[in-house]
Design a protein around this ligand. Structure first.
Ligand code: NAD
Length: 485
């Protein structure tokens, strides 16, 4: 019988008594890995109460000792890296090396949390007036929650949990119902690392579960990652209740290839950015902008890489993860993506490589790389977040046109430029309205010590995830003005 997943509350797996469940298919085989319960208001209340109870003790735990547990967690994560990567691959479909890489990025946040004794320090100023000193302290908020998407089942929960917990809060994760298995495994590892019961909790479910979390009076702050509509809904609902919120949204990232670019570097960069993890990354460069005469050469190289690329299951360690394509996460996603390909042809873009062809995928949700040329900015292919292995190439006369196109997008997550001209790179960095910029780097992902800085519809809020922003988000500041006579 297919296993029904449990919530993880107060250090224990807990059954959820609900009628509604959703299936978790293995994207490579279609096999059902588990059933996710859609937790209701009472399940959420149980988790919040457990987290609130744990908070009373956890906030009193010295920061040195809170931080020290993250050293233990870091070691455990390294020890279980292969196991975690395989689990993420089974539920998400991505290549196992990609899953290992995301786990390592998550570990970096754990390392930042281990340095909380430095990064959480306050500020003081002596003698602002005669005999008067001022000090700024940082205090935890209480119970906080994070709502996470399917595409990085290990890394994205770890963008939030370590910083929330190291600053003294207690935490509830509501993972994507598509990838709930990694979340429960993370909860077990937090317990094994010695975090007290109730400090890290997992509640499974969907929209209603999220709404119950946002509405619960004891939940103080909400972090979320999802598409733009989800981000906006969560931002609005949380802000209306006067709570702190950071809501990361969708993306449509452009990669500009200048006429002077190193063409091999650029083509390899564009290909892996567009197609790794089946194109299901918020930093995926899904629009290539070829400036000047470089378009024909770029298309030729991309088509050559596509011919060499393999399509296969993420657990195939023989497959070259840089150019291999793993399945998309659901049958519905595959249908949505093939719909975009069909409409792209109808809109008049030139289909250079068709990812729908020549792949016998059995029960899995496989698609090869699709490359369109002569895409224009008003086409769906250029505007919508397709979130699949579809690359649109636009041709532009000069860098100004390329920058204008990028800035007209509703999204502002990331943009990259391939060039050997420092002036072009500088102009691009200064004029592009996106929060993450790559120069000769096609996936400009900030390391944990910096914030993940989406703009426009890619982010709603002000303090971003990770880096110093993450610490500020999870702490309330208190300024104390003292006079001792
Ligand atoms: P999604 O928006 O469908 O779901 C994300 C999470 O929100 C899930 O836990 C889901 O259960 C919950 N949710 C869904 N609809 C909701 C609603 N109306 N109200 C409240 N909660 C809701 O996203 P997904 O398909 O799991 O993930 C892919 C999306 O996430 C893409 O748009 C991608 O760009 C985005 N993403 C963004 C970033 C970033 O850093 N900006 C990172 C990763 C993924």
């Amino acid at each position: 019988m297919t296993e029904v997943l449990k919530n993880y509350i107060g250090g224990k797996p807990i059954d959820v008594e609900v009628a509604e469940q959703s299936e978790v298919p293995d994207p490579a085989t279609g096999e059902i890995l588990g059933l996710v319960p859609m937790s209701g208001v009472e399940d959420v209340d149980r988790a919040v109460k457990a987290a609130h109870e744990a908070f009373e003790e956890w906030r009193e735990e010295p920061v040195t000792r809170r931080a020290r547990r993250f050293f233990k967690l870091q070691v455990l994560m390294e020890e279980h890296l292969d196991e975690l990567a395989e689990l993420a691959t089974r539920e998400n479909g991505k290549h196992v090396e990609e899953a290992a890489a995301e786990t390592r990025r998550g570990i970096e946040v754990i390392e930042l949390a281990a340095s909380m004794t430095s990064v959480m320090k306050g500020e003081t100023l002596d003698q602002v007036s005669r005999g008067v000193d001022v000090a700024l302290h940082r205090e935890p908020l209480g119970v906080v929650t994070a709502i996470t998407p399917f595409n990085f089942p290990v890394m994205i929960p770890l963008w939030f949990a370590p910083l929330a917990i190291a600053t003294g809060n207690t935490f509830i994760l509501k993972p994507s119902p598509r990838t709930p298995l990694s979340a429960n495994r993370l909860a077990e590892l937090f317990s094994e690392a010695g975090f007290p019961d109730g400090v890290f909790n997992v509640v499974h479910g969907g929209r209603e579960t999220v709404e119950a979390l946002i509405d619960h009076p004891l939940v103080r702050a909400v972090s979320s990652v999802g598409n733009a509509a989800t981000a906006h809904n969560i931002y609005k609902r949380t802000a209306e209740r006067g709570k702190r919120v950071q809501a990361l949204g969708g993306a449509k990232n452009h990669i500009v290839v200048m006429p002077d670019a190193d063409l091999d570097l650029a083509a390899n960069g564009v290909f892996s950015s567009a197609f790794s993890n089946g194109g299901q990354r918020c930093l995926a460069g899904s629009v290539g902008v070829a400036v000047g005469q470089i378009g024909d050469g770029l298309i030729e190289k991309l088509a050559n890489i596509a011919r060499r690329s393999q399509v296969g299951p993420g657990l195939d360690r023989e497959m070259d993860s840089d150019i291999g394509l793993t399945p998309v996460t659901t049958a519905q996603a595959k249908e949505r993506i093939t719909g975009y390909i069909a409409r792209g042809q109808e809109e008049g873009a030139r289909l250079v490589v068709d990812g729908r062809e020549n792949y016998e995928d059995g029960e899995g949700f496989f698609l090869g790389p699709t490359i369109f040329d002569n895409v224009t900015p008003e086409m769906e292919l250029a505007k919508d977040e397709i979130f699949g292995p579809v690359l649109a190439i636009e041709r532009m006369g000069d860098l100004d046109d390329a920058i204008r196109t990028i800035n007209e997008s509703r999204y502002g997550n990331a943009a990259a430029i391939f060039t050997t001209d420092g002036r072009a790179a500088r102009k691009f960095r200064r004029e592009v309205q996106c929060g993450m910029i790559g120069v000769n780097i096609s996936v400009p992902a900030p390391v944990a010590y910096f914030p993940f800085t989406g703009w426009k519809d890619s982010f709603f809020g002000d303090l971003h995830a990770t880096g110093r922003d993450g610490v500020e988000f999870y702490t309330e500041r208190k300024v104390v003005i003292e006079r001792w006579q």
